[in-house]
Write a protein that binds this ligand. Structure first.
Ligand SMILES: C[S@@+](CC[C@H](N)C(=O)[O-])C[C@H]1O[C@@H](n2cnc3c(N)ncnc32)[C@H](O)[C@@H]1O
Length: 278
């Protein structure tokens, strides 16, 4: 019975132009079946009318272009599963690489800050990896922070705190950090207009767009972080793939040392690291 439901779901997604229809239909159906595991099911092992209706509505949302992750309501990120939905950026796989770079640069003690935290992805992955570290995260968006707080609370992480505001401004003035991370908005306004409508119609524009060729927020953070990093501490930022050379120059002019641009698995410049002089 569920085989015929699955076949119909695949057909719906294929007819709707979804490239990965077979896999997505399986995920959507499995999520509904797993939610009812342990509850009484119909004897023919099919879906109840409510479940069928739920599946139909989720397939329709997907065909209408809503990102699968919003419909599923969660995403795997690094060492955790995060709840996500409208109002917050869907964490991307390349940002897991930023977490790995940050883990390699963290000296083992001292506070950590994650600016532009969104769903809390980077802050939560670091708080989970370093349970002894105090992690402070900021975001300008109250909607995004609601997701971040929900995630930290569900994962029972007591070592991460969230503040609403611009970059490092909402953090207590005396706080100093052994590591600052950020995946800030870095897409130039003209580049944003060319993005896929699945992104433009659903993900928050304030999570993506930055002026000055996409570099405005990263440049401001580079300046602010100089006053907040301990001697020898690192700033790690995700960047756009054409922004390596100008940002390297900017970080150097700000007085950082050991400035470097790291590549993602596809070989594109995607991360800037810079060290506060000792
Ligand atoms: C690209 S998203 C990254 C979210 C999350 N760190 C991740 O990797 O999935 C950028 C985030 O920065 C936030 N943001 C934009 N401008 C900001 C600012 N001036 N200060 C703090 N957060 C800002 C947005 O609300 C959004 O959540």
């Amino acid at each position: 019975m569920t085989a015929s439901i699955l076949a119909e779901a695949i057909r719906t997604l294929q007819d709707g132009g979804i490239a990965n229809a077979r896999q997505e239909a399986r995920w959507l159906l499995n999520q509904i079946l797993e939610a009812s595991a342990g509850q009484s099911r119909r004897s023919d092992d099919g879906l109840t009318p409510e479940q069928e209706e739920l599946l139909r509505s989720r397939l329709n949302r997907r065909v209408a272009g809503e990102p699968l992750q919003y419909i599923m309501g969660n995403v795997d990120f690094h060492c955790v599963q995060l709840d996500i939905g409208p109002g917050v950026l869907i964490p991307r796989p390349e940002t897991e690489q930023l977490v790995e770079i940050a883990i390699g640069l963290y000296p083992g003690d001292g506070e950590i800050c994650d600016a532009c935290t969104g769903s809390g992805a980077i802050a939560i992955a670091l708080a989970k990896t370093f349970p002894q570290a105090k992690v402070t995260a900021t975001d300008i968006s109250a909607r995004a922070l609601a997701w971040a707080r929900q995630n930290a609370s569900r994962l029972q992480l007591a070592n991460v705190a969230f503040h609403q505001g611009d970059l490092l401004a909402p953090i207590p003035p005396a706080a100093r950090f052994a590591l600052i991370t950020a995946n800030p908005p870095y897409i130039a306004p003209d580049e944003y207009t060319r993005l896929d409508s699945t992104i433009k119609d659903h993900e928050p524009p304030e999570a993506l767009i930055a002026h000055d060729h996409g570099q405005a927020i990263i440049k401001r953070l580079a300046c602010d972080a100089r006053t907040r990093l301990n001697p020898g501490a690192w700033l790690v930022c995700e960047i756009g793939d054409t922004q390596g050379p100008p940002l390297k120059e900017h970080f150097r002019r700000q007085g950082y040392q050991n400035v470097d641009i790291r590549r993602d698995f596809a070989g594109r410049d995607r991360f800037a690291i810079a060290q506060q002089p000792a």
